[in-house]
Every structure is written in C-alpha cells, then in structure tokens.
Ligand binder design. Structure first.
Ligand code: GRF
Length: 217
C-alpha cells in the first residue's frame, strides 16, 4: 500500500509532552502523519527518550557546540532537509530561530506558545498572566514567522485562572490544553482547512481574522 502520510520533523528541547500528544494522536489515527525525526538542541532530555521508545530517529544538535547561531542553524537546516518534511513542529524548542533560517520554510513551521497571544509573548508566561490578574490564560498554536511569537495564530485554548493558582498549577492545566490543540492545528493545516498565504491564514476563501478558539473549563 502506498504511504500517503504527511511527513513532519519535530524540534524540542525538553520533556516533549507535546511531542508525545502528537505521537498518541497519530497512533489513534487522529492525525495522518509520519514523524520522520526528532531533533533536540539539548542532550539527554525526556523528549529524546520518548523518540527512542517509539523508534523515531532522533538527533542532538547542541547549540553549545557551535560558535555562532548561524553555524548551529546551518547544521539544523541540513539535518531537517534530509527528511523533506511537509511541516516542522516546534514542541518546546527553546531556541529563537533567525529570519534567515525561517526563510527556508515559509509558512510550514508551527509553534505552540503557552499564552493567549498576542498577550505574553516570550518567557514566563504563566507568572506574568498571574501578576497581571488575568481572568483567562491559555495557549496558542501559530505559524512561525520572522517576528517572535507573532505569526498568524491557528487555534487557541482558553484556560480559566483559579483563585488559588500559582504558576506551576496554572502551567499544568495549560499543558493539558496544549496537548488538545496542537494536534487540531496540525490537522487543520495538513488537510488544508486552513491555508497560509501572504502572512495570513485563509479559511473557506476568507481571511481568518481571529484564531479558532476553544475553552478548557
Ligand atoms: C510548553 O509549555 C510549550 O508551550 C512551551 O514549552 C513547553 C514544552 O513542554 N513552548 P513539553 O516539552 O512539550 O512538555
């Protein structure tokens, strides 16, 4: 039988629970993908063990082994190109990618960010949401563009902030939401229900003005 699955490469830096959620979705046929490889910029992380367990080829490209970001990215680029992936999935990949790198993959790098973008781009999002007394926090899957955490958002999941939340508690609930929406976002893109063009997402021939939104109560 011909293999028609779309190929993806996953980039991560840590635990890889989002990666695991994507593996699980593909095993349950919720996602018609073949994860060709996993690349971590950090050695020894749990995400690599998950790849091993699933017999998914994995590689460490440690940014600390390179004298510059461009050399690191050159190595990353040549590794990714071996697999000709349709999409590159950033799943907790904690390096900022340069615009030169992103130029190689226009509109096919996806990222998950733990906030309701455009609120709280960057780091420590849970703590910042609590400090800002937000009623809602959450996560966003978006297309990676040259501006950090600012590419067109595909889908968001809202998570209510509870009275006794601290950043760890809140992060753990947001992570559950992340696992829910990343697979949905990948499916929307792969099945072309959403199309990326000219820095915008298009759905049914209309610009997608706001991302698809779900709520985790
Ligand atoms: C997630 O919160 C993701 O949004 C952020 O890094 C974390 C990675 O978690 N970019 P995991 O490695 O997928 O468990």
């Amino acid at each position: 039988m011909q293999n028609t699955k779309d190929s993806v490469v996953v980039l991560l830096s840590g635990s890889g629970s989002n990666f695991q959620a994507i593996i699980d979705a593909s095993k349950k046929n919720e996602l018609d993908i073949k994860i060709k490889a996993v690349i971590s910029n950090t050695p020894g992380v749990k995400g690599l063990k998950r790849a091993n367990r699933e017999n998914i080829p994995s590689k460490v490209i440690n940014n600390n082994d390179y004298s510059s970001r461009s050399k690191f990215e050159k190595s990353l680029l040549s590794e990714i190109k071996k697999y000709s992936p349709k999409y590159i999935i950033l799943a907790g990949f904690m390096r900022v990618l340069s615009s030169e790198f992103i130029d190689n993959f226009n509109g096919v790098i996806l990222n998950i960010h733990p906030s309701l973008l455009p609120k709280f781009p960057g780091l420590n999002t849970h703590k910042r949401a609590l400090e800002a007394n937000e009623e809602w926090h959450g996560c966003t899957v978006h297309i990676v563009t040259k501006e950090l955490d600012a590419g067109p958002p595909i889908i968001q999941c809202r998570v209510p902030i509870k009275k006794d939340d601290d950043d760890r508690l809140l992060a753990s609930r947001v992570l559950i939401a992340e696992h829910l929406i990343y697979k949905k976002a990948i499916k929307l893109m792969l099945t072309k229900q959403l199309i990326y063009r000219d820095n915008k997402l298009i759905s049914l021939n209309e610009d997608l003005i706001t991302p698809i939104q779900i709520t985790l109560e």
